[in-house]
Ligand binder design. Structure first.
Ligand code: C2E
Ligand code: CA
Ligand code: CA
Length: 826
């Protein structure tokens, strides 16, 4: 700043004239003290006024920017200083020249010499500083110095109006013009430091007033008036310019600070982060990439800069791109084309031959005039996260063991299937598949073998269905198939049959295990009004039917199943209450010698009279008890009640108790039987347990163990319903049964042809060898009795001998009436 430099003459460049030991300063200080404190003002007051003046247009000290704003203000003034000094010299010379030939030339020349010396010195000092970098901050002292410098230079120029009175018209005009020029020029050059501009203009105003005093007159007055207007304009302009500058500088400083901060963060990011920065221009050509990326790509930066960004991406070869990869690229290119901001857009790339996932995030950049300048963004390697995410997604959608779709995926497919049916019509079918006997295999062979079986079952189903339909595993040994297309019962039924056949083949598993299962299938058709939950319930009800109709079957859902399911639920709840209330009863049906008709035993048959439905068949509620876990309590009641009833009978009459397979497989069974014998005191060989063939289909180690434990206890074992279902005779050799009960269906088929008699004869022959008693069930007529007797069947049971009856009916009349051969059916 010019004035500062000018004062440098006096202060020899000492920046701090207040503390310096400079003699000139010493010379000034006492003067200042004396001169600047008029008697009517306190020194403090003046100091405050001066301070206020210095702060004109300056930012608040507390704003934190003050130092930097001051430095910027001073730097702006300093930029003009050399030009202003040249103008000072030129103006001084001009004034001198125009007073040539007048008596005042020596005085003018002296004044001009002072101006030129001061200006020249200032110029010399200021010139090199033009190229110096501006200081970052400046103290208030810098401003104060500028103001003092302005005062001094202004003071020197204020002498010029004094010459105005001495000159002629021409010289007066020149002086007036030069004063006005200096006023405006310096005023604006100093404008960023408002107090300096005001000080300078103020000095010139003083000088101008002096001229009026020396040369009163209209012109002088008019010039003074003009000058006053200029001065006012300059002061106001300086103040407002100072404010504008200050605001701009403040904004600039703030943005610089922000930029510094951001670039600090960015460089830190590029150095230490795992992500990289990139920038492309409006043509899509790379302008910047982080070194981390160039390292990754094994390419020097120079090779990437100005190349098309897409060509720089290490994409997999065009021919090897998957559908998904092509889609990602399209999304990216579309976003760039639309100048859209995008976030975490994933791309598959290939680095060193390995696929990686990159996530790109970027923002378009627009110039001030709104034209597109390119993109700036970051890239991240998200391979690990993406692999983990995909794994999670896969886990969430697929069964880990078999790789089939899981329940959630099935639900999604059903959902979308339904919405398609609603929109476009058509249909689809849901097949629920349940493997038979899987639990037994899993329990006896171990879980690894069970898993192997499930995997193989899944493979067979998948092979059957192909790619068009969905196969899912719902958990455990439950599978499902969604068959798309119109539900034609023949087509769907054929598929179900094929699935049953496929699963019926023996499974050859590791360690030489060969397992045989079967499958039951429930089928439900989707209707436009339905929903996934209802469809699954329908298929489930159909599956229940299929299972209970004998395994290896399929059943289509029928609306009546809903009603029977409701009845089952109701019965289940009421059976629990009935067991609690002890309202179940036993009926007994006699079994007699086919020849003598003497009663040898009575079969206990449980009876339940439902308060609302009346008598419920044990065939129905025993199954419900099995499913709901009530069978243990039911069995305990039956065994104990049967043993207790038998105590009242003749010693040679046994009691037979039915045990369902589920009941028999329960680990608690043996203890239950032993306990019943203990509490009642019945001789064990008077208790006969009836088991069915199906027990041996899902056999496990403990079936054998329980059977032999019961035998050791002395209890007899009868094989019930012989001949139905699974006609495998192998277990007849494996186990020693005390009695075989030929199923009712054979007895009823006796009159229909030679088949039944032949089978009965064969069984009788075989049983003879095995030393097992043979009983025929369901004998209703004398004719049947006759035939059975002739076939060699030793025992008979049926309405012909006696219907199931209450325990007291047996004790009061049966022994008397039925022990005689001629007595008829009850
Ligand atoms: P089941 O063991 O075959 O029992 C014989 C069934 O045949 C009885 O039906 C009996 O009433 C019926 N019946 C007997 N003689 C004749 C005849 O001449 N003609 C015809 N048409 N039927 C005859 P119920 O009492 O309805 O029992 C059905 C099944 O329920 C039984 O078949 C048995 O498996 C099961 N059950 C009955 N009571 C119990 C029990 O206490 N525990 C268990 N676990 N099951 C039981
Ligand atoms: Ca029975
Ligand atoms: Ca039976």
């Amino acid at each position: 700043m010019g004035v500062e430099v000018i004062l440098g003459i006096f202060f020899k460049g000492d920046d701090n004239f207040r503390v310096s030991a400079n003699p000139i300063k010493k010379m000034f200080t006492p003067y200042r003290r004396r001169a600047m404190v008029p008697p009517w003002a306190s020194r403090e007051m003046l100091a405050t006024v001066f301070d206020r003046f210095l702060n004109l247009g300056a930012p608040e000290e507390a704003s934190g920017f003050a130092g930097r704003v001051r430095a910027a203000q001073i730097a702006a003034v300093r930029r003009y200083t050399p030009w202003m000094m040249i103008a000072n010299i030129a103006n001084a010379l001009l004034v001198t020249v125009c007073f040539f030939g007048t008596p005042y030339l020596p005085a003018i020349a002296l004044w001009a010499t002072v101006v030129i010396l001061v200006a020249a010195f200032a110029l010399i000092r200021a010139w090199p500083k033009l190229t110096e970098p501006a200081r970052a901050t400046a103290s208030k002292r810098g401003i104060r110095r500028s103001v003092i410098h302005a005062l001094i230079l202004g003071g020197i120029w204020a002498v010029l109006p004094g010459f105005f009175a001495l000159g002629d018209m021409e010289q007066r005009a020149i002086v007036a013009a030069v004063v006005a020029g200096m006023l405006c020029g310096s005023g604006f050059a100093l404008a960023t430091i408002a107090p300096a501009a005001i000080a300078f203009a103020g000095m010139l105003a003083l000088g101008s007033t002096m001229a009026v005093v020396l040369a009163p007159g209209f012109t002088t007055m008019a010039l003074l008036a003009l000058n006053s207007i200029y001065i006012a304009v300059i002061m106001v302009s300086a103040l407002s310019l100072a404010r504008t500058l200050r605001e701009r500088i403040e904004a600039q400083i703030r943005s610089e600070e922000q930029r510094d901060y951001i670039s600090l963060l960015l460089s830190d990011f590029e150095e230490h982060g795992s992500d990289w920065l990139w920038m492309i221009d409006h043509r899509g050509r790379v302008q910047h990439v982080s070194s981390r990326l160039t390292e990754k790509l094994h390419k020097p930066e120079a090779e990437l800069i100005d190349r098309r960004a897409l060509a720089c991406l290490p994409l997999p070869p065009r021919t090897a791109r998957s559908e998904d990869e092509r889609r990602q690229l399209t999304v990216l290119m579309r976003a760039i084309k639309a100048r859209q901001t995008f976030r975490d857009l994933e791309l598959t790339v290939e680095i060193d031959g390995w696929p990686q996932r990159w996530a790109l995030t970027a923002k378009p950049i627009f110039g001030l005039d709104g034209h597109f300048e390119g993109y700036r963004g970051i890239g991240r390697n998200v391979t690990e996260a993406s692999v983990a995410r995909r794994r999670m997604e896969h886990l969430a959608r697929f069964d880990v063991l078999t790789g089939l779709a899981n329940r959630a995926t099935l639900m999604d497919h059903l959902e979308s299937g339904f919405s398609r049916v609603r929109r476009k019509g058509g249909g689809f079918a849901l097949l629920l598949i349940d493997l038979d006997h899987f639990k037994a295999i899993n329990d006896t062979q171990g879980h690894p073998v069970g898993d192997e079986l499930l995997v193989e079952a899944a493979r067979r189903l998948q092979a059957l269905v192909g790619d068009t339909d969905l196969v899912a595993r719902l958990g455990g040994d439950e599978f499902a198939i969604i068959m798309d297309g119109e539900v034609e019962p023949e087509r769907v039924g054929a598929m179900a049959s094929r699935a049953i056949r496929a699963l019926a083949h023996p499974f050859e598993l590791s360690a030489g295990v060969v397992a045989q299962t079967g499958a039951s299938i429930g089928i439900a058709a989707a209707e436009a009004g339905g929903d996934p939950t209802a469809l699954i319930r329908h298929a489930d009800l159909a599956l229940y039917r299929a299972k209970h109709g004998g395994r290896n079957r399929f059943a289509f859902f029928e609306p009546a199943f809903e009603a029977s399911a409701q009845r089952r639920h109701r019965l289940e709840r009421d059976l629990r209450d009935a067991l609690d209330a002890g309202i179940l009863e036993l009926a007994f049906q006699p079994i007699a010698d086919a020849t003598t008709l003497r009663i040898s035993s009575c079969e206990a048959l449980v009876r339940w009279t439902h308060p609302q439905f009346g008598p419920v068949s044990p065939a129905e509620f025993v199954a419900i008890a099995e499913e709901s876990g009530l069978i243990g309590r039911l069995g305990k009641f039956v065994v104990e009640a049967a043993c207790r009833a038998a105590l009242a009978w003749p010693d040679h009459v046994r009691v037979a108790v039915n045990l369902s397979p589920v009941e028999f497989r329960s680990p608690a069974l043996f203890a239950c039987v032993r306990h019943a014998l203990e509490v009642t005191g019945l001789a064990p060989d008077r208790l006969e347990l009836e088991i069915t063939e199906s027990l041996f289909l899902e056999q496990g180690g403990h079936v054998d163990a329980t059977l032999s434990a019961l035998r050791r206890l002395g209890v007899r074992i009868a094989l019930d319903d012989f001949g139905v279902g699974y006609s495998s005779l192998s277990y007849l050799r494996r186990y020693q049964f005390d009695k075989l009960k030929i199923d009712r269906s054979f007895v009823q088929g006796l009159a229909d042809g030679p088949q039944s008699p032949a089978i009965i004869a064969a069984v009788v022959a075989m049983a003879g060898n095995l030393e097992t008693a043979i009983a025929a069930e369901g004998v209703e007529t004398a004719q049947q009795l006759e035939t059975l007797r002739s076939l060699g069947c030793g025992l008979i049971q049926g309405y012909f001998i006696g219907r199931p009856m209450p325990a007291d009916a047996i004790t009061t009349n049966l022994w008397q009436t039925l022990d005689r051969p001629q007595s008829g059916a009850a």
